[in-house]
Design a protein around this ligand. Structure first.
Ligand code: ADP
Ligand code: ADP
Length: 232
């Protein structure tokens, strides 16, 4: 079944002569429990597609469907709730709050949503990520790889339907990057998460089940079980 889908999605920035058609009629579905990488040249619309599907930006026309809800037709207050309750975000720059400990950062989305943690899920996330001895540290006391694992834990403790990852390994060395990508695969297998990851890195995309290629705001390719030779 499809967890997330774009249907003839169009996004135009600006108006008149300076308008930019960032998405030019994108139709693509992302199945449940699948790990998909979105690749394409700089400026091809990867971030715009992810932002529209995550309710962070409003498309000009078409549909951005999350479990059957069209996000293009929802008011901001609904989009905020959808982001908090149904989506996990992972960014290149980690986006941890420096004044909070790792554990407080991980709990933040639950606190914002007024929800109690699921102790079994939290324990499993901490165990699989190997961050049990880092929970009282602040981000500045952690390596980049450790910070990204804290960010992954934060994205997963709400048990979101979908995790959107924007260049999650962009600031990591290849060893830490490989660990983060393995964990994303684990979360797909263990929790049936739907993961959509934007990346420039063919080595990162090789961890995905599928690669969707964008060019000039359109789908230019769709590869199952890629290997590096086909996508680099
Ligand atoms: P990618 O993530 O593949 O690099 P983007 O989605 O960021 O591509 O950008 C797609 C196109 O939309 C580019 O031409 C970019 O310059 C333009 N664009 C993106 N965001 C904005 C914005 N806020 N205002 C104007 N143009 C934008
Ligand atoms: P509000 O607009 O009510 O302040 P939040 O800032 O709490 O909403 O955002 C809700 C969720 O959306 C958070 O999980 C946050 O990480 C994510 N989010 C908010 N703004 C952005 C953004 N510009 N890019 C990516 N994620 C964002």
């Amino acid at each position: 079944t499809t967890a997330v889908a774009a249907v003839d999605l169009v996004k135009v920035y600006g108006t008149g002569a300076t308008a930019v058609r960032a998405l030019d009629g994108v139709t693509v579905g992302f199945g449940r429990a699948a790990f998909t990488a979105i690749m394409g040249p700089s400026g091809s619309g990867k971030s715009t597609l992810m932002h529209c599907l995550a309710g962070l930006d409003t498309a000009t026309s078409g549909q951005a469907l999350l479990g059957g809800t069209d996000l293009t037709r929802q008011p901001d207050r609904v989009l905020t709730r959808v982001r908090r309750e149904r989506i996990g975000f992972v960014f290149q720059s980690f986006n941890l709050l420096p004044q909070l400990t790792a554990e407080q950062n991980i709990r933040l989305p639950l606190d914002l949503a007024g929800r109690a943690p699921d102790p079994a899920l939290s324990a499993r996330v901490v165990e699989v990520l190997g961050i049990g001895d880092r929970l009282r540290h602040r981000p500045s006391e952690l390596s980049g790889g450790q910070q990204q694992r804290i960010a992954l834990a934060r994205a997963l403790v709400t048990a979101p339907e979908v995790v959107f990852a924007d260049e999650p390994t962009g600031n990591l060395d290849s060893h830490s990057g490989a660990e983060v990508l393995s964990f994303l695969r684990t979360s797909v297998r263990e929790w049936g998460q739907t993961v959509v990851m934007v990346t420039h890195d063919p080595a990162a995309a090789a961890y995905a089940d599928r690669v969707v290629l964008l060019a000039d705001g359109r789908i230019a390719g769709d590869l199952d079980r890629p290997d590096r030779a086909t996508i680099s």
